[in-house]
Design a protein around this ligand. Structure first.
Ligand code: URA
Length: 231
């Protein structure tokens, strides 16, 4: 089996395993887990917080209102979602019931930490070259420290292992924002995301067979190339 097929099969197995995960209480109340989607070797891994109501029902990330806004941004930027690996810091939907409605609840740090090894496994198999953190939960999960999103937005940040993370707002922050500020908030969000555009334009996605992780000798060179594009 090719490395790409091996990694894709490993991701599928991980997805099934997250569904059975009860390392925190969330799995018992959700419909199913929502694992990441996208190609092995994607240049960018986009990380959100946790699935919402629609995602929980469909089992796919970012397909509800926040996902639609993200798709609009992707189109506006001339990117293609098929080339991104899109996932969440937490794989199960956390909510509280109000009547029949399931209202999103922000996951606690304990839940994010319990889920972290699933995200790390995804990263290991996808081997993205850089990350986009949508919101504070994703930024903290990726960078391993609390991140003041409004200050950090639109810039690349390094984690302790030298991974590069572009931080910006979660799309639901835009949906919740002041309607009068919506246009300005949308433009500012696009400007943040556009910081990653050189990567989407200048790089071909790598197959797992070509991935630097599989060819350690090439890893430093690949990182240097990515940095040159980013800086
Ligand atoms: N919000 C997220 O953070 N992730 C999703 O998949 C959907 C909404």
């Amino acid at each position: 089996m090719s490395h790409r097929n091996e990694a894709t099969a490993a991701l599928k197995a991980l997805s099934i395993a997250t569904d059975a995960c009860r390392e925190c209480p969330l799995g018992a109340h959700a419909t199913q887990s929502v694992f990441g989607e996208g190609p092995v070797g994607a240049v960018l891994m986009v990380v959100g917080e946790q699935p919402g109501d629609k995602e929980d029902l469909a089992g796919r990330p970012f397909i509800g209102p926040a996902g639609k806004l993200f798709d609009r941004a992707v189109a506006e930027l001339g990117w293609s979602r098929e080339r991104l690996y899109v996932t969440n810091a937490v794989k199960h939907f956390k909510y509280e019931l109000r009547g029949k409605r399931r209202i999103h609840k922000t996951p606690g740090q304990r839940e994010v930490e319990a889920c972290h090894h699933w995200l790390e496994s995804e990263i290991e198999h996808v081997q993205p070259h850089a990350f986009i953190a949508l919101g504070a939960t994703a930024a903290r999960a990726l960078l391993g420290r609390p991140v003041p999103v409004m200050k950090a937005r639109g810039q690349w940040h390094d984690d302790a292992q030298g991974r590069r993370v572009l931080v910006t707002l979660h799309p639901s922050a835009l949906l919740r924002g002041d309607p009068e500020q919506r246009e300005a908030a949308w433009k500012a969000w696009l400007a943040d995301l556009r910081v990653a555009s050189p990567l989407m334009k200048n790089r071909k996605d790598e197959t797992a067979a070509e991935s630097p992780a599989r060819r350690p000798a090439a890893a430093a060179h690949a990182r240097r190339r990515v940095r040159m594009v980013m800086e």
